[in-house]
Design a protein around this ligand. Structure first.
Ligand code: NDP
Length: 458
């Protein structure tokens, strides 16, 4: 019988890889190792969701101080220190990384801090240690990397979200490219902290893929927060004009100057140089690993979970795919994670919470679609001159009355959508929403009190 060094070798200690290895250990998978070339916790913990949300909190305070005045508070001189924020954020990320390492250690998973590449069907090379190991099964959970506009003249002068978390100082002026999650979130993070921000998007309205009402609302709110959005154009080149200033040329002929230029124009699956071809693991045209419903690749004993498979690129999805892999392979319980109706949030200001179908998607699939929507000023702003509004929208199948989608923009939308996500996943109907008694006074109560169907104006 062939002997392997490990029963399971996991490449990548991000959300998916860590959950999969811990669950595999729990199900008695045998000897498990996990290799990580950067830091334990992966993109989400080290340079993604977690530090991003800390930055969002930090960037909201100026507005909060102004709001406080509407409630009678006098707020004195305030000052923001980028250095203090970075130091506090770094300490928190160190703490979280330590937790991830402890969880792995306590599960009996061997941690190998090295770059691992596949060298044959069951062979893995540890690049820095310069040695090979063998494994009966391999799980690839290497995530994604930001697209850094390679190929454009002067692309090296820009940064991605990876570097945004480690800038030595807060830039005076920032130009952000993109109109997706990361671009919108960072445009307002920098704005809130005090930078002048221009966002450049190739489309006509940010957040493509979201419900049109959400897109309109968020686009307007970003502009109202003081970010200038330039639409329907892209970067053509960047020059260094000295004194730390970069000059960005746009296709529409406009020229912008800034101390920081950030690309948030998508992320690519992290598969380059991984040696997948040596093990018969196929990738698609975007470089994402092809997997079946059970996260099995085109090689029988190799699996892949998370962003590297480019299914739904969200942390909780990678975690669920990792857990489903462990159930399937080590607990004799074939489990395919259901990728439908996944709730998600965009931490713009105000934030977005969204689950299920957009109105446009519903109209493509259902004969009759009922829309319920409302827009109002959140109570918290009622004593101030803040113009920011809340949007709530239900997309309902006109025949069965099943609620197909819930879309919210406004304070606490990410918290609300987690619960709305349960109702959408459960397939509840509009009547069942309405049967729930409201919680008053809240914004969320609108979700169970929208009585009238929305009728488009002529
Ligand atoms: P997105 O895919 O969300 O957005 C990419 C943006 O860049 C789009 O606006 C796209 O335009 C634009 N774009 C793509 N290519 C080019 C190009 N060559 N030139 C100019 N513009 C371009 O990617 P992000 O980088 O914002 O985020 C990556 C993923 O990370 C997301 O899909 C999301 O799953 C995840 N994420 C989730 C977060 C959350 O849950 N809150 C937060 C941050 C990230 P177009 O719309 O026309 O395609």
């Amino acid at each position: 019988m062939t002997q392997f060094d490990y029963d399971l070798f996991v490449i990548g200690a991000g959300s998916g890889g860590v959950r999969a290895s811990r669950m595999a250990a729990k199900h008695g998978a045998g000897k498990i190792a996990i290799a990580e070339e950067h830091r334990y916790g992966g993109t989400c913990v080290i340079r993604g969701c977690v530090p991003k949300k800390l930055f969002v909190y930090a960037s909201e305070f100026e507005k909060t101080f102004k709001l406080a005045e509407s409630f009678g508070w006098s707020v004195g001189e305030s000052e923001f220190s980028w250095e203090k924020l970075i130091a506090a954020k770094d300490a928190e990320i160190d703490r979280l990384e330590g937790i991830y390492q402890r969880l792995l250690k306590n599960s009996g998973v061997e941690m190998i801090s090295d770059r691992a590449v596949i060298e044959g069907p069951n062979t893995i090379r540890l690049v820095n240690e310069d040695r090979t190991v063998t494994a009966k099964k391999i799980l690839i959970a290497t995530g994604g990397t930001p697209f850094a506009h390679e190929g454009m003249v002067g692309h090296r002068l820009g940064i991605t979200s990876n570097e945004a978390f480690y800038l030595p100082e807060l830039p005076k002026r920032v130009v952000v490219a993109g109109g997706g999650y990361i671009a919108c979130e960072f445009a307002q993070i920098f704005k809130g902290m005090g930078s002048d921000v221009v966002q450049v998007y190739r489309g006509d309205k940010v957040l493509r893929g979201f419900d049109e009402d959400v897109r309109d609302h968020v686009h307007n709110e970003i502009e109202a927060s003081g970010v200038r959005i330039i639409t329907n154009t892209i970067f053509t080149k960047i020059e260094d004009i000295g004194d730390g200033v970069k000059r960005v040329h746009l296709k529409n002929g406009e020229v912008l100057e800034a101390e920081c230029v950030m690309y948030a124009i998508g992320r690519n699956p992290h598969t380059v140089g991984l040696g997948l071809e040596t093990a018969g693991v196929e990738v698609d045209e975007k470089g994402a690993i092809k997997v079946d419903a059970y996260s099995k690749t085109t090689a029988d004993h190799i699996y892949a979970v998370g962003d590297v498979t480019n299914r739904v690129n969200l942390t909780p999805v990678a975690i669920r795919e990792g857990a489903a892999f462990a159930q399937t392979v080590y607990n004799d319980n074939p489990t395919a994670f259901d990728h439908s109706d996944i709730a998600s949030a965009v931490f713009t200001q105000p934030p977005v919470g969204s689950v299920g179908m957009t109105e446009a998607e519903a109209r493509e699939s259902f004969k009759e679609v009922d829309i319920y929507k409302t827009s109002f000023r959140p109570m918290k702003y009622s004593l101030s001159d803040f113009g920011s509004r809340m949007l709530m929208k239900l997309v309902v199948d006109g025949e069965t009355q099943r609620v197909l989608g819930v879309h919210i923009v406004g304070p606490d939308a990410p918290e609300m959508i987690q619960l709305a996500g349960i109702a959408v996943k459960a397939g509840l109907t509009k009547d069942q929403y309405d049967a729930a008694c409201a919680v008053h006074p809240t914004s969320a109560e609108e979700l169970v009190t929208m009585a009238d169907k929305w009728v488009p104006s002529e």
